[in-house]
Structures are given as C-alpha cells and as structure tokens.
Ligand binder design. Structure first.
Ligand SMILES: NC(=O)c1ccc[n+]([C@@H]2O[C@H](COP(=O)([O-])OP(=O)(O)OC[C@H]3O[C@@H](n4cnc5c(N)ncnc54)[C@H](O)[C@@H]3O)[C@@H](O)[C@H]2O)c1
Length: 312
C-alpha cells in the first residue's frame, strides 16, 4: 500500500505535487536540493493553503504537518512512492536516481515527472528498472486533471498500475502511454500545435492574438470536452479527410524550433518569468497573467466536471 511519498525536488511542480498528496492524507517528504528553493516552496504552500482554507487553521495545520522538508537522502528510505521532479536534464536525473537507489527500499515505486525524456534512458541509472515509471503531471498540477503514466521498456505492469491507481486516488484523470515515445502523448500534440502556430504568424496568416483567439474560442473550446477523434467523428471523417488531402502538404514540418522562436530565446524573452515572451508582461501583467490563468482553470475544471456528470 502506498502511504508515504517522497518528492524529489522543491521547484514549481514538486511543490504543487507535495501539497496535493498531503491534502489527500499521504505523508510527504520533500527532499530538496537547495535551501533557497525549499524556502520558496514552503511559502508557496502556505500561500495556497491560506487561499484555499482561509481561516480554517486546523485544516491548514493538519496539511502542513503532513509535509516534511529535508535535504537528507535518508528520508527516501521510508517512501513507498518516490516522484522525482528535478531539473530536466538526462545526466542530472540519472546521477540523481543512482544516488536515490542507495536509499530507497527495495519495493518502492520510482517515478519521474520528466516532460519528455525517455523513461528507458533514465531507468538505466536505476537498480530495479521494472519499478521505474513516468508520472507526467501538468502545470499547474493542482488544477490540471491529466497525469500521463508512461512505461519504459523494463517497467512492470504492476508498477504502471500502482501509479495509475494513486493518480485516481488523488482525484486526477490518468492515462496510460503504451510506448516510451519522446514527448509521450500530450507534449507531442502541444508542440505540433506550437510549430504550426508559429508558422502561421511567421507567414503573416495571423497574429499571436489571432492564433490564441482561434484556439480559445474555437478549437480549445471544443477540445475542453471532445478529443480530436471525437471532433472528427462528429464532423464527418470524409470532410476531415478531404481537407487533409490538400492541407497536410502545406502545414509546417520544421525539424527544429523556427527562427522567430530562436530569436526570442536568444534575447532572453522567455515569457511570464522574464516579463516578456510572445506578449509583454511588464508593470504587473506577469502576476495578473498567472492569477487570471488560475481563475479560468478553476472555472474550467468545474465546467468539465459538470459537463461530464450531465452527460453520463
Ligand atoms: N514546469 C512545467 O510546466 C512542467 C510540467 C510537467 C513536467 N515538468 C518537469 O518537472 C521537472 C521539474 O520542473 P519545474 O518546472 O518544477 O522546475 P523548477 O526549476 O521549478 O525546479 C527544479 C528543481 O530541480 C532542482 N535541481 C536543480 N538542479 C538539481 C540537481 N543537480 N540535483 C537535484 N536537484 C536539482 C532545483 O533545486 C528545483 O527544486 C522537470 O523534469 C520538468 O521537465 C515541468
């Protein structure tokens, strides 16, 4: 039975994951790398609790008491499930996992929250690769229901099932990814969309805002309750097929990120975190963008749950 969770890392994703597990009654050890990030993480958890539970100090204390912060790898020893959410770098993750395996108990489930690195590649650093699996969360984890469960070449069915079941228990919507393909399922689709979106803007077909509006009020609106196969079935496969006949050849097929994307990276315009990306986030617009996103996601989550209930 899984009761004690080790969260490796204390960054954006790890912090949110620790809070979700603690809220659901699990005992959580956050094993951090840097004191500074751990302090930020603790503050972020306190802020979230204050927002969610307002003056209910008893609940807040129960949840806070479930989360233990430590830099000691010894605390991996009692963990039934370890979810690693450290820097996205194959060598860093591999070195880290080798060290974790010196402390983890033999039957612990070992999971990585990599965004798209090969689970099989990371698992080469692990003592028991059959117990190693991908558990891919989405940002912000407390609001996005999806978790992808990815089997590496050696992952056992029991390991994948254990992580799938934990995801269900914490109220998530897990899916199984049957093959360890780069980017899994969701990031393959997301990056294909981004590549075409950039192609549209670079070729003067529309602006950033036009593309974002097309997604929000058209495609994304539909995709919040129907997947691409359901949309096609409802629209008629003959229609989509005949559009594909003349359109596929015109779509972006760049093998690397395009020039306009590279230019933004080179000039350190990385989005909200540097106050400039495709849009400008100076003068407080960065914090507003995050607040607005969270408000919209909270409403969308309610809508999606209600829509599913209403159509059961
Ligand atoms: N941010 C997202 O949208 C998102 C979504 C899904 C998955 N992920 C994945 O989650 C993981 C963490 O991403 P994040 O966005 O929370 O990053 P982050 O930068 O907020 O946190 C990274 C963490 O890694 C730690 N770290 C850095 N170097 C380390 C090292 N050498 N050894 C051990 N720890 C080290 C940092 O101290 C920090 O705790 C990555 O694998 C990322 O790809 C991120």
């Amino acid at each position: 039975m899984i009761q004690t969770i080790g969260i490796a890392g204390s960054g954006t994703m790890a912090t949110s994951m620790a809070l979700i597990f603690a809220e659901k009654g699990y005992d959580v050890h956050v094993i951090y790398h840097r004191e500074e990030t751990a302090l930020k993480s603790k503050k972020s958890i306190q802020d979230s609790l204050n927002q969610t539970y307002l003056n209910n100090d008893i609940i807040k204390k129960v949840i806070i008491d479930k989360i233990n912060y430590t830099s000691s790898f010894k605390m991996f020893a009692p963990c039934d499930l370890i979810v690693e959410s450290i820097k996205e770098d194959l060598d860093v993750k591999r070195e880290y996992w080798t060290r974790v395996c010196d402390f983890a108990k033999e039957d612990a489930i070992l999971a990585t929250n990599t965004s798209g690195l090969s689970i099989t590649d990371i698992s080469k650093a692990v003592k028991y690769p059959q117990r190693f699996v991908g558990m891919h969360w989405f940002n912000p984890p407390h609001l996005i229901p999806l978790i992808e469960v990815i089997k590496g070449e050696a992952t056992s069915d029991d390991t994948a099932k254990a992580v799938y079941d934990v995801a269900l228990k914490i109220g998530k919507k897990p899916i199984n990814v049957s093959k360890d393909a780069k980017g899994f399922i969701a990031n393959r689709i997301q990056l294909a969309v981004l590549r075409e979106a950039l192609h549209i803007v670079e070729n003067g077909i529309g602006t950033y805002k036009d593309v974002d509006d097309a997604m929000k009020y058209g495609l994304g609106f539909r995709y919040s309750c129907l997947g691409p196969f359901e949309v096609s079935d409802l629209g008629g496969l003959d229609v989509f097929h005949s559009v594909g006949e003349y359109l596929y050849e015109d779509l972006a097929d760049d093998k690397k990120p395009q020039k306009s994307f590279n230019d933004l990276i080179d000039s350190k315009k990385l989005g909200v975190k540097t106050q400039e990306g495709f849009y400008d986030y100076h003068d407080g617009r960065d914090q507003k963008a995050i607040r607005d996103r969270d408000k919209k996601f909270i409403l969308m989550k309610k809508f999606q749950e209600e829509a599913e209930k209403a159509t059961k």
